[in-house]
Design a protein around this ligand. Sequence first.
Ligand code: UGA
Length: 435
Amino acid sequence: MQIAMIGAGYVGLVTGACFSEFGANVTCVDKDVNKISTLKEGKIPIFEPGLEALVQSNVQSNRLTFTTDLKTAVEKADAVFIAVGTPSRRGDGHADLSFVFSAAEEIAHAISNYTLIVTKSTVPVGTGRQVAEKIRRICPEADFDVCSNPEFLREGAAINDFMRPDRVVIGADTDRARKMMREIYRPLFLRETPIVFTDLETSELTKYAANSFLATKITFINEIADLCEKLGADVHDVAKGIGLDGRIGSKFLHPGPGYGGSCFPKDTLALVQTATKADSPLRIVEAVVEVNDNRKKSMAKKIINACSGNVTDKTLAILGVTFKPNTDDMRDAPSLDIIPTLQAEGANINAYDPEGMHEAKSVLKDVSWCNDAYEAMAGADAVAILTEWNEFRGLDLPRIKSLLKHPIVIDLRNIYNPEEMRDAGFIYSCIGRKR
Ligand code: UGA
């Protein structure tokens, strides 16, 4: 099986490396010359646990190659996956499909024999058919099928999510396409992974519905956490108490500063747009988007309140700036709302993140970047934990106390126990738990 993966970004790289691990010959194509030469040197331009080793071993086995030459890669491919970005268009929530359509046009000029074209990128309902129309218009005699195969990978856990998925969703119209997708995912069939075969439109919508539902779950527990604070209840016990109900499930009920990342914010907005356009508004998802936006903003206020309502000329230590741990991704991270708001209130920021500082430096200004958590806390008036990196879970509490001017800890990820923190002499704030 020869696979061409168009787009060597996060999704393309992980998917390409995993298919090659399954035994296919994969060529990852990207227009970015620097990215391709970095990859050819065996270096990975993103931080994703396990990815570098997987790429290197498959490159050594000659099953994984990188190129900027789309035409040659597509000509010899049995299946072409489109895994290019679909960013939110500035100003509205529509997904920008220009990369998808320009990839489709280039593919149309290159296909020779029967080719299965698969959209892996998250694309609005109807995009698969539009891709097929574009290809048909450019190359009326082309022998191909278009199919939809959304990804459900989480950054930081992507390899495991790919190798052991809860399910695979495939939207295909023909037996030939279904047969080929079965062949591509053969190792997962052997492991009895549930595979949902459906049509193109349903598959495309399933991806948006999945992300929007997860974003709703998070937003629900975040609002319950706020209510817990008012009522003196504990959100972790509420989450446990409801999550043990099999109909609800315990995952994605961890309260925090609001969801971020490259997917939930973009996909919830895009689904709202699709629904509004189809005259079938999704009120719940609209509320989720609004509540989450407000939440990220209100988190700075929570930090300020913990500092007696005033951070002017105070130094705040910020631990973690990425939208979640095990990634260097800064896209839509709550820190992007929180840090500038604190700065606007006159605070000086010392910050540390294990992997995100390189990315963060270009989007967060006037921050003193530190070499570790303790350096960030030295002489600071308070510390706020924004991302639950493992290395922040077991910090040396007496050392923190000796470093901070005031023993104020604001834990926006609930990684410490309120009682233990109080007993250790901290003024501790967290999300939705009894102090
Ligand atoms: C998400 C989905 O989980 C994947 O299934 C999907 O494939 C991916 O989007 C995508 O569309 O490509 P990801 O954005 O990598 O994956 O990150 P998640 O682990 O889902 O976390 C998203 C956000 O929700 C983070 O900001 C995280 O801190 C937050 N979150 C998550 C919570 O606040 N509470 C939770 O209980 C879980």
